[in-house]
Write a protein that binds this ligand. Structure first.
Ligand code: SAH
Ligand code: SF4
Ligand code: F3S
Length: 436
């Protein structure tokens, strides 16, 4: 059986797709890049904003002619939109065979190898399902993601994730360490731990700080990243581990959402700006080049011009290395969906444009601060512009383009002096026989 897998949404969906891939390969299936060569097409979907759902639906429609040409083709929708829309998808998309929610992935191989033509929707939440014992297919031979927490217990008023992913569940520490160790034995040296509020992790006596330390003790692991931490769960212990354990990269994606305390409260974010600045101050005092990225929502329901200006001020004050900036998208089923929006789509977009301009200048400035530094890069791939050059990332998650000498391959660590910047892109020269 040949399968084609298309993935939308966040890293958690990427991990799940890699896990589904592993389950299918264990059953003898092989992946194909071309959907028209597949016996099975799986689309892993996202629901976080309306546009995410529209994109997935448009993609799924592209598979309709393939199904018409080959009635034996099985098409399956998984992920957050599967859970969100459920039966409606089966009704609307007659060419789709199965709709499977995030806690039912173990059933996928059975469904796909079954001769039955019955169309099915499997959506139940399962509070015990942490996919213990599973290992996802590695993202790359040298770097991979590992989910340690599923679902979310927060109820941010704009957010659909808790409804489609269910309540928070923590994977047991031993199973996480097993998967990281297996990956390390296979050659992985960088791991990204995943969860919607990843730093809320706990399992018996283990918390996120202690788990990070245990992961760092695994032979072969050189770099540890994680996403997304929630500002509410940065404990003193955690901050200390983050700045003291040299294997934990100086890189964090800490969603801000808004710079206005009034809006944060309306969003039910469970943190205020004082808490947020406290975390940033701690990390950036330890290392001024600590990479901090964020998520910001523009034009949330009830956001006044003053609230928005406070977001702009916060962005200036924090100096984010990068930011993912979104126009607020009301999601049916969430608390804020019930509130009437005052801002038009254009007004929301206009705020998004203003914010983007400011952030772009800051991103450039933060990259410029890297000039003159000697850094270790984990080499990822050939440069997309010039096949004779390669791209690697620093500990603080900056991309650097360099010209390799001799044999340099993805997964290698090299030392580089960052000596140029073109546009936003840093460039470096290999350093040899360095005396530290
Ligand atoms: N668990 C993470 C966020 C997951 S969703 C956290 O709490 O930080 C990723 C991002 O999508 C969010 O940080 C938010 O900025 C954005 N987002 C979520 N719901 C949205 C909505 N209804 N409209 C616009 N952006 C939204
Ligand atoms: Fe959504 Fe909030 Fe949970 Fe993040 S913490 S997934 S924004 S509800
Ligand atoms: Fe989207 Fe689901 Fe992730 S809604 S952002 S794919 S958890």
């Amino acid at each position: 059986m040949k399968y084609h897998l298309a993935t939308y949404g966040c890293q958690m969906n990427e991990y799940d797709s890699a896990m589904i891939a592993q389950m299918l390969m264990r059953h003898g299936a092989t992946p194909v890049l071309e959907p028209d060569k597949a016996d099975v097409i799986i689309v892993n979907t996202c629901s976080v904003r309306e546009k995410a759902e529209d994109t997935a639906i448009a993609r799924i429609f592209q598979f309709k002619p393939l199904k018409q040409a080959n009635p034996d083709l099985k098409i399956i929708i998984v992920g957050c939109m599967a859970k969100n829309k459920g039966e409606e998808l089966l009704k609307r998309l007659k060419f789709v065979n199965y709709v499977v929610g995030p806690d039912q992935y173990r059933k996928i191989p059975e469904l796909l190898f079954s001769p039955s033509r019955k169309r099915l929707c499997l959506l139940d939440f399962d509070s015990q399902e942490n996919y213990v014992g599973e290992s996802a297919n590695l993202l790359t031979p040298f770097s991979t993601h590992i989910t340690i927490q599923r679902g979310c217990n927060k109820r941010c008023s704009y957010c659909i994730v808790p409804y489609v992913r269910g309540p928070e569940k923590y994977r047991c520490a031993e199973d996480i360490l097993r998967e990281v160790s297996e990956a390390a034995r296979a050659g992985v040296s960088e791991v990204m731990l995943l969860g919607q509020t990843v730093n809320a992790y706990r399992d018996g006596n283990e918390n996120f700080a202690s788990l990070l330390n245990r992961v760092s003790e695994i032979e072969g692991i050189k770099r540890i990243r994680f996403t997304s931490p929630h500002p509410r769960h940065y404990t003193r212990d955690l901050l200390e581990v983050l700045t003291q354990n040299s294997k934990i990269c100086h890189h964090a994606h800490i969603p801000l959402q808004s710079g206005s305390n009034a809006i944060l409260k309306k969003m039910r974010r469970q943190h205020d700006m004082e808490t947020y600045y406290g975390i940033i101050d701690y990390l950036r005092s330890a290392d001024p080049l600590y990479h901090i990225s964020t998520d910001i929502i523009c034009g949330f329901v009830g956001e006044t011009e003053t609230d928005f200006e406070q977001t702009l001020e916060a962005v200036q004050k924090v100096q984010f290395d990068t930011a993912f900036m979104f126009v607020y998208s009301p999601r049916r089923g969430t608390e804020s969906f019930l509130e009437t929006e005052i801002l038009s789509e254009n007004e929301k977009k206009e705020r998004h444009t203003r914010l983007t301009e400011i952030q772009n200048a800051i991103t450039l400035k933060r990259n410029q601060l890297m000039l003159g530094r000697k850094e270790t890069l984990l080499v990822e791939r050939a440069s997309s512009r010039d096949a004779e050059e390669m791209m690697g990332k620093t500990d603080n998650f900056k991309k650097v383009i360099f010209k390799p000498e001799g044999i340099v391959k993805p997964g290698d660590y090299v030392r580089c002096k960052i000596d140029d910047i073109r546009g936003w892109t840093l460039r470096g020269t290999l350093v040899e026989n360095e005396q530290e």
